[in-house]
Design a protein around this ligand. Structure first.
Ligand SMILES: CC1=C(CCC(=O)O)c2cc3nc(cc4[nH]c(cc5[nH]c(cc1n2)c(C)c5CCC(=O)O)c(CCC(=O)O)c4C)C(CCC(=O)O)=C3C
Ligand SMILES: [Fe+2]
Length: 385
């Protein structure tokens, strides 16, 4: 692992990151009041064939939490943490935030960026891995928003999406600490026997198979790049946790959660709740759930893991703990800064250190047209070659 953390000496004048004049934090968005829930779900599911029953069920999850998803507040905290990190390290780059499905909407943020006089924007999507939902769909959202700005006669912006950060040490290391901390929450008697269950969002199997760049060796593996990348992270965490705790055989299972879509369409399995049952039947004394698929403790974590899976475990009498997501860990904000600086250097034609751990290497900077295809029909997407 190479160290590319090189803060400017304190007192030095802040430096920019040419050619970029802004960073955009691009996220999913979530409701912030009960009356937001139905319109939010309509935004998410428009034209996606999600069964009505599933929508009612997901609406119920949000209402259980007062109609407020934690995701927007978590993104406000990340935005503040990024601004603080940039300021402390002498990086003079304004940071903006926009969402796919709720205010502040991406298109409004891009209008604001243009009005502030910025033209070249680096984009960090709050999705660490390859796949349609986490990569191309955001690039389609960018293309749509840019088209709206063009129709309005606003100045043209160029947007560059930063590479997938799933194997950046600034993302993985906080999760190693969080997994060790979760193990320590378990009763001492079951701690050493506890198994690890790495969880992520289930997606349709066909979407998993086609995830990633066709040229990327990870895509050729069963499950495509989405599964291969998650397995790589799971192995890194399992190995580090084995070393830290002196217990080598906790397993390293990748399991899935938050399945939606029609029941006859195959999605990635096993589901976390079925997995807890199987682990219990297999004699596991405890399980630690490690939500490697997510960057903050949003609704998929608070409901699907902390509520539903925890209830399943209680019913089984299986002790469980859940590892925290990276959130605003300073190693993660430093990683974002490094990704911006690395990409800026690459865009200037300079050599850049591309920090990555595990077996797959750093992801590509610019997605291919055939990367993570839209499962329905091809649509214009920004930031591709
Ligand atoms: C891979 C992936 C991530 C992880 C990467 C990333 O973080 O981007 C993710 C994150 C999230 N998903 C979220 C919420 C929802 N996802 C849905 C539906 C879907 N997700 C999908 C995939 C993913 N989703 C897919 C293939 C669908 C089917 C419909 C479609 O093809 O688009 C639905 C519809 C209802 C349902 O069926 O669940 C909702 C409400 C929230 C917000 C949580 C909050 O409010 O705190 C977040 C962060
Ligand atoms: Fe989702």
């Amino acid at each position: 692992m190479s160290d590319v953390r090189n803060p400017s000496p304190s007192g030095a004048a802040p430096v920019a990151a040419p050619p970029y004049d802004a960073l955009l934090l691009l996220s999913f968005g979530g409701p912030e009041a009960p009356e937001d829930v139905v319109p939010f779900l309509e935004n998410v599911t428009r034209g996606r064939g999600i069964p009505r029953e599933r929508l009612k069920e997901v609406g119920r999850h949000y209402f259980m939490f007062g109609g407020v998803s934690p995701i927007n507040e978590q993104n406000r905290e990340l935005l503040a943490a990024l601004r603080k990190d940039f300021a402390e390290h002498g990086l003079d780059l304004p940071v903006y935030w926009g969402n796919r499905n709720w205010a502040p909407y991406l298109v409004d943020t891009l209008r604001e960026i243009a009005a502030d006089g910025h033209r070249r924007v680096a984009v960090l999507a709050t999705s660490a891995y390859a796949g349609y939902s986490g990569c191309r769909q955001y690039r389609e959202n960018l293309a749509d928003a840019l088209a709206t700005l063009a129709e309005e006669g606003l100045p043209a912006l160029r947007v560059d999406k930063l590479r997938h950060f799933y194997n950046h040490p600034g993302f993985v290391e906080p999760m190693i600490d969080a997994t060790v901390a979760a193990l320590e929450e378990l009763p001492a008697g079951v701690r050493d026997g506890a198994r690890l269950a790495f969880t992520t969002h289930s997606i349709p199997e066909t979407m998993a198979e086609s995830s990633g760049d066709p040229q990327d060796p990870a895509r050729g593996r069963p499950g495509g790049a989405y599964v291969a990348q998650h397995l790589d992270v799971a192995r890194l965490i399992a190995a580090a946790v084995a070393e830290r705790t002196g217990v080598a055989d906790r397993g390293c299972e990748l399991v899935f959660q938050s399945r939606s879509g029609a029941p006859h369409i195959p999605w990635l399995e096993p589901d976390i709740c079925d997995h807890l049952e199987a682990q219990h039947a297999d004699g596991a004394p405890a399980v630690v759930m490690v939500p490697i698929g997510f960057v903050s403790d949003h609704m998929e974590v608070k409901y699907d893991l902390d509520t539903e899976a925890v209830a399943k475990a209680a019913e089984l009498g299986l002790p469980v703990a859940r590892a925290a997501t990276v959130g605003t860990d300073p190693r993660f904000t430093a990683a974002v800064r490094e990704l911006v600086l690395e990409r800026a250097a690459a865009e200037r034609g300079e050599a850049a250190t591309r920090c990555a751990i595990g077996g797959l290497g750093p992801s590509h900077d610019v997605c291919a047209v055939a990367c993570c295809p839209n499962p329905r029909a091809p649509r214009p997407a920004a930031a591709e070659r």
